[in-house]
Design a protein around this ligand. Structure first.
Ligand SMILES: [Zn+2]
Ligand SMILES: [Zn+2]
Length: 138
């Protein structure tokens, strides 16, 4: 099995060759600013199961804990890569079939969940501190 995805303009394409081991929502302020949206969703993969197949992903240090990767041509946010751990998180909306990556693990970053967003699932809710061990500044 493999799953493909890419950025909005098409300059960057990627694929993963093993199933995601964890899928999350994140409401944290970093993800909000990165995406321009109030809620993001992520699928985690072993780094060795991910490869860029066209173009190049550009990275920047988004916090002391991780770097984030995007397409330098169109700005689409694609992945985040923690310094610790050998996994990467792919923004599920960048997959060709995002419907295949339903978050099943947790709502992370709920300290920043906007009050008008109603969510009717039973997934655990965790603050960034509870889920990741650090706090996010605004
Ligand atoms: Zn692009
Ligand atoms: Zn986040």
């Amino acid at each position: 099995m493999s799953w493909e995805g890419g950025c909005l303009c098409g300059a960057v394409r990627f694929e993963v060759t093993q199933a995601s081991f964890q899928t999350d929502y994140c409401h944290c302020r970093m993800c909000q600013r990165m995406s321009g949206s109030v809620l993001t969703s992520w699928a985690d993969f072993k780094e060795t199961d991910f490869r860029c197949t066209r173009g190049e992903i550009k990275y920047y240090k988004s916090s002391p804990h991780a770097e984030r990767g995007f397409c330098a041509d169109c700005g689409s946010s694609l992945i985040q890569r923690p310094w610790e751990g050998d996994y990467i998180a792919v923004a599920t909306g960048s997959f060709d079939h995002p419907e295949e990556f339903r978050p099943t693990n947790v709502h992370c970053g709920i300290e920043s969940q906007v009050p008008w967003l109603e969510i009717n699932d039973n997934l655990p809710r965790k603050t960034t501190k509870e889920a990741m061990g650090f706090e996010v500044e605004n």
